[in-house]
Write a protein that binds this ligand. Structure first.
Ligand code: ATR
Length: 283
């Protein structure tokens, strides 16, 4: 029988973020802050798995009694395949960023999409319902957010991608969840949107998706899923084009973590102070 007065018997629940690379992940900081705030006794560490060693790393974690894991690049699809049970949003995303290990089950969820929509709707206080939304990119990042975005009932959602066929495949797959269309960048000329979300990896290489001029409607929001010290080329372009509000993906990062924390611990942390601290660290 565990004796709570004897520290040797107090076992903290253990979580990790698995990725490769993972050294710069902010998840341990974020979850430690949530745990302190919610008085939850957890240990949260980084785990770098070899690119071909994800499954092994997960079996080891389960064998050692870990409670769950966040999954980051490049393992989100493998985590989806490995899960024995999946949430609806993880099924749609075909990717998993949050694993819970429970009684022999590997339960996979994906909190990236609600991370984005909570940041937009709650932190930035920008409504999505009835608005025209342009989503740039058709890779994993975009697939991961489509279901939660469509759940907010935008008037229309257009997916633009360099390789337009990939956008068509996504639009087709998600057509039963809302008014979603695909377009090539050049086809956006003459159209305006209330919200333009960059889900491409262009910002990683300091590139700008080939947007035509004039897509930002008066009062529009430009959102880049990437974050960093400086404005990305996309956000610089948006600013020059007259977007009313600019946002990077730091809020999405904190919100996806909060959702994972709630899945694991059953309590919802207050994200505002954690986001503020991260913002100060970046400055
Ligand atoms: P992720 O998992 O981050 O979404 P991915 O699956 O490799 O990564 O997808 C990258 C996305 O960014 C793709 O939509 C890619 O467009 P293509 O499908 O045409 O390759 C997009 N992308 C990357 N660099 C880009 C750039 N410089 N301009 C526009 N789109 C870019």
């Amino acid at each position: 029988i565990p004796n709570p007065s004897n520290p040797a018997h107090i076992m903290s629940d253990r979580y990790v973020v698995i990725g490769n690379p993972v050294a710069h992940s902010k998840s341990p900081f974020i979850h430690a802050a949530f745990a302190a705030q919610c008085q939850q006794d957890i240990v949260y560490e980084r785990l770098q798995a070899p690119v071909d060693g994800f499954e092994r790393a997960v079996s080891d974690l389960i064998a050692k009694g870990a409670s769950g894991a966040n999954v980051t690049v490049p393992f989100k699809q493998e985590a989806w395949r490995l899960s024995t049970r999946l949430s609806e949003r993880a099924k749609a995303a075909e990717a998993v960023n949050t694993l819970s290990f429970q009684r022999g089950e590997i339960i996979g969820d994906n909190t990236d999409g609600v991370g984005l929509t909570r940041d937009i709707a709650d932190n930035l206080a920008v409504p999505v319902q009835g608005r025209r939304v342009l989503l740039l990119g058709a890779g994993g990042a975009v697939r991961g957010v489509l279901l939660p975005l469509l759940a907010l009932a935008p008037a229309q959602l257009v997916i633009a991608n360099r390789t337009v066929e990939k956008a068509h495949v996504l639009a087709q797959q998600f057509s039963s969840f809302g008014d979603v269309h695909a377009a090539a960048y050049a086809e956006l000329a003459g159209e305006t949107f209330d919200m333009v979300i960059n889900g491409t990896s262009a910002s990683l290489s300091d590139d700008l998706p080939p947007l035509p001029q004039g897509v930002f409607a008066v009062g529009s929001l430009a959102y880049d899923m990437m974050y960093g010290k400086a404005l990305t080329p996309f956000l610089q372009f948006a600013q020059a084009q007259g977007a009313a509000q600019l946002a990077d993906g730091l809020g999405m990062l904190v919100e996806q973590a909060a959702e994972a924390f709630q899945i694991w611990r059953g309590v919802r942390p207050d994200t505002a102070p954690v986001l503020q601290t991260l913002r100060e660290q970046l400055a």
